[in-house]
Design a protein around this ligand. Structure first.
Ligand SMILES: C[S@@+](CC[C@H](N)C(=O)[O-])C[C@H]1O[C@@H](n2cnc3c(N)ncnc32)[C@H](O)[C@@H]1O
Length: 284
């Protein structure tokens, strides 16, 4: 892992390579990072370093901010389609990164939104980005595996987890713990939405090496009943266009075509990077 630092207002790694969203992170860098992912992604220091080394959405998502804008739009559509009207609801965004979705939930009318992340620098960036907002969003430091603030237990209508558990959890046992912690956040009858890269292939998996059925089993044991699912992130497009800042006019048609394929042809689900699972918490 390179040590990121800011130079002349541009974020660069100590090996001199420009960091994203400046557009020069290569696929090779991503592959190298993937080879050491088990030691990186579950460590708050890694996300702290990213928060200061990258710009914009690249602090929490992909190296290319062109790609991130499209990714963000697609996830918003998917979440709205799945969750419907959020007006008046209390929502927790677990592994919130710099808070893009927390702010979106507030903009959709959520009564209160709490973003939780274990990286203090990322939480600070989320607070900074949200300054001057309507005020119903707040961010706290918390570890979904190590344990969350007991005062939050059972207080939310919806818990949303985007791309966090697949990096936070190393094995089945830690996913069991984290899922119970997430499930414990919502009131009986509340919902848990998980949108994660769920893979067993060495190229595509992040830290956790478990399949979709394993995830559903873990959720069921945490008292969650599956309501439905969806998918996004057409893998060929994601692999080639997420690492380098290319013009939006070039990236957008490929991105949209890939997502349209996933929407129209469910049997292509195996070519999706992220799987969406939505559950209802038992007890109502
Ligand atoms: C891929 S980023 C996704 C961020 C955000 N959900 C989004 O989609 O923009 C993963 C986030 O999970 C956070 N994270 C990783 N392990 C965590 C843990 N054990 N507890 C809480 N947050 C964690 C990281 O700090 C990082 O911000």
């Amino acid at each position: 892992m390179t040590t990121p630092e800011k130079q002349n207002g541009h974020a660069r790694s100590t090996n001199g390579a420009a960091k994203s969203g400046f557009g020069a992170t290569s696929i090779w860098q991503l592959v190298k990072e993937r080879r050491t992912r088990d030691a990186l992604y579950h460590d708050a220091a890694y996300w702290d370093a990213r928060a200061s080394a990258r710009d914009g959405l690249a602090r929490s998502i992909w190296p290319s901010n062109t790609f991130n804008a499209l990714w963000d739009e697609r996830q918003r559509e998917l979440l709205l389609r799945t969750l419907g009207d959020l007006a008046g609801r209390k929502v927790v965004d677990v592994g919130c990164g710099t808070g893009r979705m927390s702010r979106f939930f507030a903009a959709c009318g959520a009564r209160e939104v709490v973003g939780v992340d274990f990286s203090p620098s990322t939480v600070e960036a989320a607070r900074e980005e949200s300054r001057g907002g309507a005020g119903q969003v707040r961010f706290v430091v918390g570890d979904v595996v190590g344990g969350l603030d007991p005062a939050m237990q059972g207080t939310f209508d919806d818990a949303v987890v985007l791309g966090c558990l697949s990096v936070a959890c190393r094995d089945l046992a830690s996913l069991e713990v984290a899922m119970k912690n997430v499930a414990g956040l919502v009131r009986p009858g509340g919902r848990v939405l998980i949108l994660e890269p769920i893979h067993r292939s060495p190229l595509l998996r992040r830290v956790l090496d478990l399949g979709l059925e394993d995830w559903i089993g873990v959720a069921n044991r945490a008292g969650l009943e599956l309501l439905g699912g969806d998918r996004m992130g057409f893998v060929p497009v994601r692999l080639f266009l997420s690492v380098r800042d290319l013009p939006r006019a070039l990236v957008s048609p490929f991105f949209r075509a890939g997502e349209a394929l996933l929407d129209k042809l469910p049997y292509l689900s195996f070519m999706s990077d992220y799987k969406l699972l939505v559950f209802r918490a038992g007890g109502s």
